[in-house]
Design a protein around this ligand. Structure first.
Ligand code: IPE
Ligand code: IPE
Ligand code: MG
Length: 245
């Protein structure tokens, strides 16, 4: 029986967040340049997206470029930005076919202008699709996101729109880039690294983590299904006892 068949369709994660890691090491392992790894990561993105659509996961968030990734060599950063534009152009048909709506989180104003406009065009084009929301985290850092949310809330207090006592957990959520998106139920990171690298820190308070040894270009939809199956074997207690559930 395949993992896809083993998955309990009534207990699917609503939101899967992925840290797509290991492109560089995968390429190095076969004697190629890092950018070759990034190029080959695109097919894994398609696998993850189509896997989510196939079993009915409504939110998929992919960490594509962190705020810290700006510190990489200039050529690699440039190549990643080009790859983003080219991929969006190529994948638009796949988004439309699968009913995928594109969304972004992060400091998009840091991206080159052509990336910003390609993203805006694709978001506009896919805005009525309603099978799955694909969110790309671009120039994204969770601490910076929390700082911005804090500033926005303080401004509202100063302007008299809200009082200090109106500040609660949901108000903070609503001021993050992910406003309106449920917290991730499952976070997957490839490449064997077991850290979260400034990803969705506030949102992942109760997320289940799965760390895979595979490098991102090797990731397939069957890996996604296997991971979801593993997720379903866990008991999410949210602080309660097993007996209370
Ligand atoms: C993930 O792969 C892609 C990005 C961070 C843009 P890496 O480029 O981090 O690959 P490794 O971790 O160096 O192997
Ligand atoms: C995290 O991967 C960011 C993305 C996958 C886009 P990194 O490769 O940048 O993370 P670290 O530096 O190993 O923690
Ligand atoms: Mg990495």
């Amino acid at each position: 029986m395949s993992f896809e068949e083993k998955i309990n369709k009534k207990n699917l994660p609503k939101h899967v967040a992925i840290i797509m890691d290991g492109n560089g090491r995968w390429a190095k392992g076969i004697g190629k340049l890092r950018i070759f790894g990034h190029q080959n990561g695109v097919s894994a993105v398609r696998e993850a997206m189509e896997g989510c659509v196939k079993i009915g996961i409504p939110y998929l968030t992919l960490y594509a470029f962190s705020s810290e990734n700006w510190n990489r060599p200039k050529l690699e950063v440039q190549a990643l930005m080009e790859l983003l534009v080219n991929t969006l152009a190529k994948e638009t048909a796949t988004f439309m076919k699968n009913g995928v709506r594109l969304n972004t989180i992060g400091n998009l104003q840091d991206l080159p202008k052509n990336c910003q406009s390609k993203l805006a065009d694709t978001i506009e084009l896919t805005k009525d699709n309603n099978t799955c929301v694909l969110t790309l985290a671009l120039s994204y850092g969770s601490r910076a996101e929390i700082v911005e949310a804090t500033k926005a809330i303080v401004r509202k207090v100063i302007d008299g729109e809200i009082s200090v006592d109106d500040i609660n957990e949901s108000l903070i959520s609503e001021n993050l880039f992910t406003a309106g998106i449920p917290d991730p139920d499952l976070m997957i990171r490839t490449s064997g690294e077991q850290r979260i690298s400034n990803y969705l820190l506030y949102q992942m308070a109760y997320t289940e983590f799965c760390f895979l040894d595979k490098m991102w270009p090797e990731f397939t939809r069957e890996d996604l299904f296997e991971t979801i199956y593993n997720y379903q074997q866990r008991e999410r207690r949210f602080g309660k006892t097993s007996e209370q559930l």
